[in-house]
Design a protein around this ligand. Structure first.
Ligand SMILES: [Zn+2]
Length: 390
C-alpha cells in the first residue's frame, strides 16, 4: 500500500560494522514487513502511555536507505551481517537446583522430554549471509507497529508457532534509533504441545534445562514457573517488560515487544528471528524455576562451551555475554541481589538462533518479591545495564 511510498532502497555492498547497521535494520525490516508480509496494520497497545495506536498505512514515512548485499540464496530480503539466526526460545527456565545454601547443581529440573517429532529437514544453519543492511528510517515518533514473522528470514522455517505478532514501539522524542527487543518469557497457548529444534544444525542440547541434554527438540514455548503465591512467571515477566518498555521509550529507545499481551502465538524461535531482524538486541525476562525457598537473586544465562563452535553462536556469543554482564552490572548497581557470579551456562534455543546480542536474564525465583515496586527496581537496573551498552 502506500506504505511503500516512502521506501527508498539503495543497494550496495558493504562490510560489516554492526552497530549502526543493526539499528537501522530494525526499521528496514519494519518496512519489509509492511511490504512483504501481510501486515497487521494495527497494533493493539496494551498500556503504555506513550504509545499511540496507529494505523501503519497512514503515516509512516519510512525513508529507507538500505545497503545490502545478499550473498546467499536464502531468499531473505535483506540480511544483516553474517548468519542470521533467530534467537529464541527459552525453553524454560534454566532451573538450577540449589541445595540448601546455594550450591547449585546445574541441572534443571524440568520434566520435559523431548520428542523429536517433527522433521524439518531443511537446514539453514549453514547459510552464510554476509549481507548488511543499513537503513535509516524515520518512523512516526510515538507510533506502535505490529510486526509479523517474515517467512523469508533466516531460521524462520524452524518456527512452528508464528501466527502472532510482536509490537514495535517507537520513542516519541530524544530518539536514539536503537531498538531494544524485550521478550517476556512464556505466554504462548499451546506452546508446550509443539516441538522445535534446539539448534539450527539440529544437533543435541549440551546442557540440561527444561529440556534434557541430548535432546534435539524442545517444547516450542514452555509454561514457565509460578511464584510462591501462585502468580505466574509469564504475568510477572510481562509486567516487568512493560515497565521497562516505558522507561526505555522515555529514554529515547525504541522497543520491540516480542510478547505484548498475556498470550502471543510466537514460539521462541519466531520471537528470536523477529528480534534478529528488527532489534539491536534481545533481552528475555524470566524467573528461575528452581525449588528454593529463598530469593536466589539475578543471573544471566551464559553460553555453554559446547555450542560456541556452532553458528550463529560462534559469531555472536561474545556479544551475548557482554550484554548479559552489562545487565548484571546494572542490576547490581541498583542494589538487586545477584546470584553467585551472575551467570550460569545453559544451552537455550534463544542463544542458538540469535544473530544479535541476546540474553536470557533470570530475575530471581519463586521466592522473589514481585510487587510493582520490586519490578520497577529490577527494570531500572536493566535500564542501567542497557544504557551502558547502547
Ligand atoms: Zn522462564
Amino acid at each position: 500500500m502506500n506504505i511503500l511510498m516512502g521506501l527508498e532502497f539503495k543497494m550496495h555492498t558493504s562490510n560489516h560494522k554492526n552497530n549502526l547497521i543493526i539499528k537501522s535494520l530494525a526499521f528496514t525490516l519494519c518496512a519489509l514487513l509492511i511490504t512483504g508480509c501481510g501486515q497487521k496494520e494495527q497494533v493493539s497497545v496494551t498500556d503504555g502511555p506513550i504509545v499511540v495506536e496507529n494505523d501503519i498505512s497512514q503515516a509512516q514515512s519510512i525513508a529507507v536507505e538500505q545497503v545490502s548485499s545478499l550473498n546467499n540464496n536464502s531468499g531473505a530480503l535483506y540480511n544483516k551481517e553474517e548468519t542470521g539466526a533467530g534467537e529464541e526460545e527459552i525453553t524454560e527456565d534454566p532451573a538450577t537446583n540449589l541445595t540448601d545454601d546455594g550450591a547449585e547443581s546445574e541441572e534443571s529440573e524440568k520434566s520435559e522430554d523431548e520428542i523429536p517429532d517433527e522433521a524439518e529437514s531443511e537446514n539453514d544453519s549453514g547459510q552464510e549471509e554476509t549481507a548488511e543492511t543499513v537503513a535509516t528510517v524515520s518512523v512516526t515518533p510515538g507510533s506502535v507497529t505490529s510486526v509479523a514473522l517474515n517467512p523469508n528470514w533466516l531460521y524462520a522455517d524452524f518456527s512452528k508457532i508464528n501466527t502472532g505478532s510482536a509490537v514495535l514501539y517507537s520513542a516519541p522524542s530524544n530518539r536514539k534509533n536503537i531498538v531494544i527487543g524485550l521478550n517476556p518469557g512464556h505466554g504462548t497457548k499451546g506452546g508446550t504441545s509443539v516441538k522445535t529444534y534446539c539448534h539450527p544444525d539440529m544437533s543435541p542440547k549440551v546442557t540440561g534445562g527444561t529440556t534434557a541434554a541430548g535432546a534435539t527438540t524442545a517444547v516450542a514455548v514452555s509454561a514457565g514457573m509460578s511464584f510462591s503465591d501462585g502468580t505466574s512467571e509469564a504475568a510477572v515477566a510481562l509486567k516487568t517488560a512493560q515497565i521497562l518498555r516505558d522507561m526505555l521509550l522515555a529514554d529515547g529507545y525504541d522497543v520491540l515487544m516480542l510478547r505484548d499481551d498475556a498470550d502471543v502465538q510466537l514460539d521462541n524461535i519466531a520471537r528470536t528471528v523477529i528480534g534478529n531482524n528488527m532489534a539491536n538486541c534481545i533481552i528475555s525476562l524470566h524467573w528461575d524455576g528452581d525449588s528454593l525457598s529463598y530469593d536466589k537473586g539475578c543471573f544471566y544465562v551464559s553460553t555453554p562451551d559446547g555450542i560456541k563452535g556452532m553458528e550463529p553462536v560462534a559469531s555472536h556469543w561474545q556479544q551475548h555475554e557482554a550484554l548479559g554482564q552489562a545487565l548484571i552490572n546494572g542490576l547490581q548497581a541498583t542494589g538487586c541481589k545477584i546470584y553467585k557470579g551472575g551467570s550460569m551456562d545453559i544451552d537455550l534455543t534463544q542463544t542458538s538462533f540469535s544473530t544479535v546480542a541476546s540474553v536470557d536474564i533470570e530475575l530471581g525465583n519463586a521466592a522473589s518479591a514481585h510487587d510493582d515496586g520490586t519490578l520497577t527496581v529490577l527494570a531500572g537496573g536493566l535500564l542501567k545495564g542497557i544504557e551502558s551498552v547502547y
